[in-house]
Design a binder for this molecule. Structure first.
Ligand code: ZN
Ligand code: ZN
Length: 312
Protein backbone atom coordinates (compact mmCIF):
# COMPACT_ATOMS: atom_id res chain seq x y z
CA UNK A 1 0.00 0.00 0.00
CA UNK A 2 1.00 3.61 -0.57
CA UNK A 3 0.03 6.27 1.98
CA UNK A 4 0.16 10.00 1.23
CA UNK A 5 -0.35 12.87 3.67
CA UNK A 6 -2.58 15.65 2.27
CA UNK A 7 -3.22 17.37 5.61
CA UNK A 8 -1.39 16.95 8.92
CA UNK A 9 -2.43 19.96 11.00
CA UNK A 10 -4.69 19.63 14.03
CA UNK A 11 -7.80 21.57 14.99
CA UNK A 12 -7.77 24.36 12.38
CA UNK A 13 -6.04 25.00 9.06
CA UNK A 14 -2.88 27.03 9.60
CA UNK A 15 -1.42 28.88 6.60
CA UNK A 16 2.24 29.81 6.91
CA UNK A 17 2.59 33.53 7.78
CA UNK A 18 4.69 36.24 6.13
CA UNK A 19 6.67 36.61 9.37
CA UNK A 20 7.49 32.87 9.34
CA UNK A 21 8.68 33.04 5.71
CA UNK A 22 10.76 36.13 6.48
CA UNK A 23 12.44 34.44 9.45
CA UNK A 24 13.29 31.44 7.22
CA UNK A 25 14.85 33.75 4.61
CA UNK A 26 16.86 35.60 7.28
CA UNK A 27 18.11 32.29 8.74
CA UNK A 28 19.10 30.96 5.28
CA UNK A 29 20.90 34.16 4.23
CA UNK A 30 22.82 34.30 7.51
CA UNK A 31 24.16 30.78 6.82
CA UNK A 32 25.57 31.53 3.35
CA UNK A 33 29.34 31.88 3.01
CA UNK A 34 31.26 33.04 -0.11
CA UNK A 35 32.25 29.44 -0.83
CA UNK A 36 28.57 28.40 -1.03
CA UNK A 37 28.18 30.74 -4.03
CA UNK A 38 31.32 29.73 -5.94
CA UNK A 39 29.65 27.35 -8.39
CA UNK A 40 26.33 25.78 -9.31
CA UNK A 41 27.44 22.67 -7.44
CA UNK A 42 28.27 24.64 -4.31
CA UNK A 43 24.89 26.36 -4.43
CA UNK A 44 23.07 23.05 -4.86
CA UNK A 45 25.08 21.55 -2.01
CA UNK A 46 24.23 24.48 0.26
CA UNK A 47 20.52 24.09 -0.47
CA UNK A 48 20.61 20.31 -0.03
CA UNK A 49 22.17 20.73 3.42
CA UNK A 50 19.66 23.23 4.78
CA UNK A 51 17.69 21.95 7.74
CA UNK A 52 14.24 20.65 6.79
CA UNK A 53 12.42 23.27 8.85
CA UNK A 54 14.04 26.02 6.73
CA UNK A 55 13.78 24.45 3.28
CA UNK A 56 10.22 23.11 3.55
CA UNK A 57 7.12 23.31 5.69
CA UNK A 58 5.08 20.67 7.49
CA UNK A 59 1.97 22.17 5.91
CA UNK A 60 -1.15 23.87 7.18
CA UNK A 61 -4.04 21.72 5.91
CA UNK A 62 -6.14 19.73 8.35
CA UNK A 63 -6.39 15.94 8.45
CA UNK A 64 -6.50 14.01 5.20
CA UNK A 65 -4.56 10.91 4.12
CA UNK A 66 -4.89 8.90 0.95
CA UNK A 67 -4.16 5.19 0.76
CA UNK A 68 -3.72 3.43 -2.56
CA UNK A 69 -3.96 -0.31 -2.11
CA UNK A 70 -2.76 -3.06 -4.43
CA UNK A 71 -6.13 -2.99 -6.23
CA UNK A 72 -5.46 0.77 -6.86
CA UNK A 73 -8.57 1.80 -4.90
CA UNK A 74 -8.66 5.40 -3.66
CA UNK A 75 -9.11 5.24 0.11
CA UNK A 76 -9.28 8.66 1.78
CA UNK A 77 -9.04 9.08 5.54
CA UNK A 78 -10.92 12.13 6.80
CA UNK A 79 -11.99 15.16 4.79
CA UNK A 80 -10.03 17.99 6.41
CA UNK A 81 -8.90 20.84 4.16
CA UNK A 82 -6.19 18.59 2.71
CA UNK A 83 -8.83 16.72 0.68
CA UNK A 84 -9.16 19.73 -1.68
CA UNK A 85 -5.76 19.19 -3.31
CA UNK A 86 -6.20 15.41 -3.14
CA UNK A 87 -9.31 15.80 -5.32
CA UNK A 88 -7.50 17.96 -7.91
CA UNK A 89 -5.60 14.86 -9.06
CA UNK A 90 -8.83 13.32 -10.33
CA UNK A 91 -10.80 16.21 -11.85
CA UNK A 92 -10.18 15.06 -15.43
CA UNK A 93 -10.90 11.37 -14.72
CA UNK A 94 -14.22 9.68 -15.31
CA UNK A 95 -16.12 7.03 -13.35
CA UNK A 96 -13.78 7.24 -10.38
CA UNK A 97 -14.71 5.35 -7.20
CA UNK A 98 -13.66 6.78 -3.83
CA UNK A 99 -13.80 5.31 -0.34
CA UNK A 100 -13.99 8.06 2.28
CA UNK A 101 -13.46 6.89 5.87
CA UNK A 102 -14.17 9.22 8.82
CA UNK A 103 -12.50 9.05 12.24
CA UNK A 104 -15.14 11.44 13.65
CA UNK A 105 -16.96 14.61 12.61
CA UNK A 106 -15.15 17.53 14.21
CA UNK A 107 -14.77 20.44 11.79
CA UNK A 108 -11.09 19.85 11.05
CA UNK A 109 -12.01 16.40 9.66
CA UNK A 110 -15.00 17.36 7.46
CA UNK A 111 -14.56 20.94 6.27
CA UNK A 112 -12.75 20.02 3.07
CA UNK A 113 -15.54 17.82 1.69
CA UNK A 114 -17.46 20.68 -0.04
CA UNK A 115 -14.19 21.45 -1.90
CA UNK A 116 -13.55 17.88 -3.08
CA UNK A 117 -14.17 18.44 -6.81
CA UNK A 118 -14.70 14.80 -7.88
CA UNK A 119 -17.69 14.55 -5.50
CA UNK A 120 -19.65 16.92 -7.79
CA UNK A 121 -19.25 14.72 -10.89
CA UNK A 122 -22.35 12.61 -11.61
CA UNK A 123 -20.19 9.65 -12.71
CA UNK A 124 -18.27 9.55 -9.40
CA UNK A 125 -19.11 6.84 -6.90
CA UNK A 126 -18.56 7.99 -3.33
CA UNK A 127 -18.50 5.34 -0.62
CA UNK A 128 -18.68 6.95 2.83
CA UNK A 129 -17.83 4.94 5.95
CA UNK A 130 -18.10 5.75 9.65
CA UNK A 131 -19.15 4.40 13.02
CA UNK A 132 -21.65 7.26 13.39
CA UNK A 133 -25.15 6.48 12.02
CA UNK A 134 -25.81 10.26 12.04
CA UNK A 135 -23.04 10.83 9.47
CA UNK A 136 -25.64 11.58 6.77
CA UNK A 137 -27.08 14.42 8.85
CA UNK A 138 -23.65 15.74 9.95
CA UNK A 139 -22.39 16.07 6.38
CA UNK A 140 -25.71 17.44 5.09
CA UNK A 141 -25.85 20.13 7.78
CA UNK A 142 -22.44 21.60 7.00
CA UNK A 143 -23.53 21.99 3.35
CA UNK A 144 -26.57 24.20 3.88
CA UNK A 145 -27.15 27.94 4.31
CA UNK A 146 -25.87 29.92 6.11
CA UNK A 147 -22.78 27.66 6.32
CA UNK A 148 -22.38 26.76 2.62
CA UNK A 149 -24.33 27.77 -0.51
CA UNK A 150 -24.26 24.41 -2.32
CA UNK A 151 -26.39 21.63 -0.78
CA UNK A 152 -25.23 18.02 -0.44
CA UNK A 153 -27.88 17.10 -3.04
CA UNK A 154 -25.61 18.74 -5.66
CA UNK A 155 -23.05 16.00 -5.15
CA UNK A 156 -23.05 12.79 -7.17
CA UNK A 157 -26.21 10.76 -6.71
CA UNK A 158 -24.00 7.71 -6.34
CA UNK A 159 -23.23 8.08 -2.63
CA UNK A 160 -23.16 4.76 -0.79
CA UNK A 161 -23.29 5.02 3.00
CA UNK A 162 -21.54 2.29 5.00
CA UNK A 163 -22.39 1.98 8.70
CA UNK A 164 -19.38 0.19 10.17
CA UNK A 165 -18.88 -1.22 13.65
CA UNK A 166 -15.81 -1.52 15.85
CA UNK A 167 -14.01 -4.88 15.72
CA UNK A 168 -16.11 -6.00 12.72
CA UNK A 169 -13.65 -6.27 9.81
CA UNK A 170 -14.56 -5.20 6.29
CA UNK A 171 -12.58 -5.09 3.06
CA UNK A 172 -11.87 -2.68 0.22
CA UNK A 173 -10.28 -4.35 -2.79
CA UNK A 174 -8.87 -7.19 -0.69
CA UNK A 175 -7.45 -4.86 1.97
CA UNK A 176 -8.67 -5.77 5.45
CA UNK A 177 -9.92 -2.87 7.59
CA UNK A 178 -11.10 -2.62 11.19
CA UNK A 179 -11.95 0.24 13.58
CA UNK A 180 -11.57 0.80 17.30
CA UNK A 181 -13.09 3.48 19.57
CA UNK A 182 -10.55 5.72 21.33
CA UNK A 183 -10.85 8.49 23.93
CA UNK A 184 -11.69 11.93 22.49
CA UNK A 185 -14.48 14.41 23.35
CA UNK A 186 -17.47 13.04 21.43
CA UNK A 187 -15.42 9.95 20.54
CA UNK A 188 -13.17 9.04 17.64
CA UNK A 189 -12.32 5.80 15.86
CA UNK A 190 -8.90 4.57 14.78
CA UNK A 191 -8.48 2.47 11.64
CA UNK A 192 -6.28 -0.59 11.10
CA UNK A 193 -5.40 -1.59 7.50
CA UNK A 194 -3.83 -4.94 6.63
CA UNK A 195 -2.53 -5.89 3.18
CA UNK A 196 0.07 -8.57 2.31
CA UNK A 197 0.87 -8.97 6.01
CA UNK A 198 1.70 -5.24 6.38
CA UNK A 199 -0.20 -3.35 9.08
CA UNK A 200 -0.96 0.39 9.10
CA UNK A 201 -2.90 2.28 11.78
CA UNK A 202 -4.43 5.76 11.51
CA UNK A 203 -5.18 7.02 15.04
CA UNK A 204 -5.99 10.71 15.08
CA UNK A 205 -7.72 12.76 17.76
CA UNK A 206 -6.77 10.32 20.47
CA UNK A 207 -5.96 11.02 24.10
CA UNK A 208 -4.09 7.88 25.15
CA UNK A 209 -5.37 6.31 28.37
CA UNK A 210 -4.15 3.51 30.60
CA UNK A 211 -6.71 1.14 29.02
CA UNK A 212 -4.91 1.55 25.68
CA UNK A 213 -1.92 -0.18 27.31
CA UNK A 214 -3.96 -3.13 28.65
CA UNK A 215 -3.00 -6.41 27.02
CA UNK A 216 -6.58 -7.36 26.21
CA UNK A 217 -7.33 -9.65 23.29
CA UNK A 218 -8.92 -6.72 21.45
CA UNK A 219 -5.93 -4.39 21.98
CA UNK A 220 -3.44 -7.09 20.96
CA UNK A 221 -5.36 -7.85 17.75
CA UNK A 222 -5.50 -4.16 16.86
CA UNK A 223 -2.16 -2.65 17.92
CA UNK A 224 0.51 -5.35 18.30
CA UNK A 225 3.38 -5.49 15.74
CA UNK A 226 2.09 -2.74 13.50
CA UNK A 227 4.51 -1.53 10.81
CA UNK A 228 3.40 2.11 10.64
CA UNK A 229 1.32 4.08 13.13
CA UNK A 230 0.11 7.62 12.43
CA UNK A 231 -0.79 8.93 15.88
CA UNK A 232 -2.07 12.16 17.35
CA UNK A 233 0.87 13.82 19.13
CA UNK A 234 -0.35 17.41 19.31
CA UNK A 235 1.02 18.28 22.73
CA UNK A 236 4.21 18.49 24.72
CA UNK A 237 4.16 16.79 28.14
CA UNK A 238 3.66 20.14 29.93
CA UNK A 239 0.62 20.85 27.77
CA UNK A 240 -1.08 17.53 28.52
CA UNK A 241 -1.09 18.48 32.21
CA UNK A 242 -2.98 21.70 31.35
CA UNK A 243 -5.19 20.15 28.66
CA UNK A 244 -6.31 16.89 30.22
CA UNK A 245 -9.56 15.71 28.64
CA UNK A 246 -9.10 17.81 25.46
CA UNK A 247 -8.62 14.60 23.51
CA UNK A 248 -5.02 14.76 22.24
CA UNK A 249 -1.76 13.07 23.23
CA UNK A 250 1.78 14.17 24.09
CA UNK A 251 4.61 12.90 21.88
CA UNK A 252 6.28 11.05 24.81
CA UNK A 253 3.14 9.02 25.47
CA UNK A 254 2.85 8.34 21.75
CA UNK A 255 6.37 6.85 21.84
CA UNK A 256 5.66 4.86 25.04
CA UNK A 257 2.58 3.50 23.31
CA UNK A 258 4.44 2.59 20.11
CA UNK A 259 7.22 0.84 22.05
CA UNK A 260 4.71 -1.02 24.24
CA UNK A 261 2.92 -2.44 21.17
CA UNK A 262 6.14 -3.22 19.21
CA UNK A 263 5.35 -0.73 16.47
CA UNK A 264 8.17 -0.13 13.98
CA UNK A 265 7.51 3.38 12.65
CA UNK A 266 5.63 6.17 14.43
CA UNK A 267 4.48 9.31 12.57
CA UNK A 268 3.64 12.25 14.85
CA UNK A 269 0.39 13.75 13.50
CA UNK A 270 -2.30 16.42 14.13
CA UNK A 271 0.31 19.15 14.75
CA UNK A 272 -0.61 22.00 17.07
CA UNK A 273 -1.69 25.09 15.05
CA UNK A 274 0.25 27.41 17.38
CA UNK A 275 3.54 25.72 16.45
CA UNK A 276 5.67 26.84 13.51
CA UNK A 277 7.95 24.55 11.47
CA UNK A 278 10.92 25.11 13.77
CA UNK A 279 8.96 24.21 16.89
CA UNK A 280 7.46 21.05 15.33
CA UNK A 281 10.94 19.94 14.20
CA UNK A 282 12.24 20.65 17.72
CA UNK A 283 9.51 18.34 19.01
CA UNK A 284 10.72 15.68 16.55
CA UNK A 285 14.30 16.04 17.89
CA UNK A 286 13.07 15.67 21.48
CA UNK A 287 10.92 12.71 20.44
CA UNK A 288 13.87 11.00 18.72
CA UNK A 289 16.04 11.61 21.79
CA UNK A 290 13.32 10.17 24.05
CA UNK A 291 12.89 7.18 21.75
CA UNK A 292 16.66 6.47 21.55
CA UNK A 293 17.77 7.09 25.13
CA UNK A 294 14.69 6.34 27.21
CA UNK A 295 13.02 3.67 25.08
CA UNK A 296 16.12 2.00 23.59
CA UNK A 297 15.47 3.07 19.98
CA UNK A 298 12.86 0.38 19.43
CA UNK A 299 10.67 2.65 17.33
CA UNK A 300 11.66 5.03 14.53
CA UNK A 301 9.96 8.38 14.98
CA UNK A 302 8.98 10.62 12.04
CA UNK A 303 6.96 13.78 11.48
CA UNK A 304 3.86 13.61 9.33
CA UNK A 305 4.52 16.22 6.62
CA UNK A 306 2.12 17.38 3.92
CA UNK A 307 2.97 15.80 0.55
CA UNK A 308 5.05 12.99 2.09
CA UNK A 309 4.48 9.36 1.00
CA UNK A 310 4.98 6.06 2.80
CA UNK A 311 5.38 2.83 0.82
CA UNK A 312 4.48 -0.27 2.77
ZN1 ZN B 1 -8.82 16.92 14.82
ZN1 ZN C 1 -11.50 15.92 17.14
Amino acid sequence: MKIRFWGVRGSISTPITAAQIQSKIVAVVSRISVRDLESENARQNFIANLPEYLYGTIGGNTACLEITNENRDHIILDAGTGIRMCGKQYTKNQNEVFHLLFSHFHWDHIQGLPFFDPAYKPDTVLNIYSNYPNMRRFLKEQMQPPFFPVPIESLTKQIIWHDIKDSVPFTIGGMQIMTKAMFHPGGSHSYLFIENGKRFIYATDVELRQIDFDRTEENIAFFENTDVLVLDAQYTVEETAQKEGWGHSAFCYAIDFAVFWHIKHLYLFHHEPMYDDKKVHTILKSAQWYSDYVCGGKVTVHLAIEGQEIHL
